[in-house]
Design a protein. Structure first.
Length: 251
């Protein structure tokens, strides 16, 4: 009996010590788990912070890029606004010019018509038809002012070119009380001649009296015939001694 009591007394301290060690180990493990959980939370916070920082830096770069882009767009918009204002002013100016140039073109056409009526009467139908076409053109709303002006200046250029060229063409002329087929010869605006197909009749336009004047001399008839052949490129160019009406002296 005594021995059993002694055994129990001797083992009791070991049991107590073991229980305390287990308790310490459990608490230590619990602290480790708590510390590990805390560290995990810290790591999560750090990672979240890094992610937010990266996002923030990315956002700053995007903002910087947008500021540069916006600055460029503002510059372009300012330039476009200036262009719009300039175009508006140009449109207003064009409107003013159109109002001014249309009467000018009408006066130019009227002047051309009067000039043709007073000029040497070569290609008269063709030239009068060109003027009539210009009058009709001015009444059309589907033709731009620029095109109208181009056509008017083109007609003036054609008239100017007449003064620098030699031309032979066929036509009809009233002779001996009837119309006869003749060949006309125009030498610039210096002289206009006709000759019948059989060369029996030859004449020159006299601008002072506004009539045809008969050329009787054989030399004049030969020179007119030669001029017609030169103008038609039937012979090489040569010196022509054509009669020219004397200039009017005085007014």
């Amino acid at each position: 009996m005594l021995a059993g009591v002694l055994l129990a007394a001797s083992t009791c301290p070991s049991l107590v010590l073991g229980a305390e060690v287990d308790s310490v180990i459990r608490k230590g493990a619990e602290r480790v788990r708590v510390a590990q959980a805390a560290q995990d939370r810290v790591d999560d916070i750090v990672e979240s912070t890094r992610t937010l920082e990266d996002q923030y830096r990315t956002a700053l770069k995007e903002i910087e890029g947008l500021e540069v882009y916006n600055g460029l767009m503002n510059t372009q918009i300012s330039g476009q606004i200036n262009e719009i204002e300039e175009l508006g002013a140009a449109i207003d100016q064009v409107t003013v010019i159109e109002r001014q140039i249309t009467p000018l073109m009408i006066r130019m056409i009227d002047g051309l018509e009067q000039f043709i009526a007073l000029d040497v009467p070569f290609l008269l139908e063709e030239r009068e038809e060109r003027v009539r076409g210009l009058h009709e053109l001015m009444e059309r709303a589907d033709v731009t002012v620029a095109e109208k002006f181009r056509r008017v200046t083109e007609a003036y250029q054609i008239e100017m070119d007449y003064g620098r060229t030699v031309l032979a063409y066929e036509g009809t002329l009233e002779l001996d009380g009837g119309l006869r087929e003749v060949n006309f010869l125009r030498v610039g605006r210096i002289g206009l001649y006709y000759q019948s197909a059989d060369a029996a009749r030859t004449g020159v336009w006299n601008p002072h009296v506004g009539q045809w004047q008969v050329l009787d001399s054989a030399a004049a008839r030969n020179q007119v015939r030669m001029g017609i052949r030169v103008a038609n490129k039937q012979v090489a160019p040569d010196l022509l001694l054509l009669p020219v009406p004397a200039p009017r002296v005085g007014s």
